[in-house]
Design a protein around this ligand. Sequence first.
Ligand code: C5P
Length: 231
Amino acid sequence: MNTTARTARIAVALDTSDWDEFCLWCRRFGPRVGVLKVGLEAFVRWGPAAVDEARNHGGRIFLDLKLHDIPNTVAGAVASARDLGADYLTVHAGGGARMLEAASEAAEDRVNILAVTVLTHMDSRSLGELGLTTDPERLAASWAQLAAQSGCAGAVCSPLEAAGLRRRLPEPFLLVTPGIRSSSRVAADDQRRTATVAEALDAGANLLVVGRPLTRAEDPDAALEELLAGS
Ligand code: C5P
């Protein structure tokens, strides 16, 4: 895959509570990458204005709200996000089949519903505290399968789980992976398990979420180049 195609697969996470910084990142990254991701921090603070600002500078919009509620409420929120013009929207797979089906139906094929499987900060012990006696990898696999059966467009997973999921869930089901770094030597921040762009793409990921390595870089252009070159 050439550099232009790889760049189109990058979603920059615009996680900040400073509006000027948010706008700067939209201007800086919007024309350079395929997708801008508006997450909870920005959306809770500025609402639809954050989506409008991102859309004015970029291509596709990823609204990362990780919805989890009763099916009727989630369906209403999906309809609102759909009408805002979001291209991707996250919901929690843990909401169960009826919630995932309600989200998929409300999307009306206008917004891609992505089911978040097991958040990367959860390990076997924290799952056990919730009464879930399984390991994160196995749970992520069965929740991704449930998401596919419930009509979701894709799932969010660790890049290290992507290859296993891709074998069971062929395209067009989308796999979206955070935890991307230019090499295993650079700061992982709070991401437990990371992979490079090349590793995630080889594993079958369609969209790669990158935040701090780009937004906090002293030279963002160099950081993007380094990220794309990482093997
Ligand atoms: O690259 P960086 O670690 O800064 O990216 C963090 C982004 O990825 C955040 O927006 C976070 O919400 C998102 N994310 C994550 N782990 C998940 C799902 C999403 O880090 N399991």
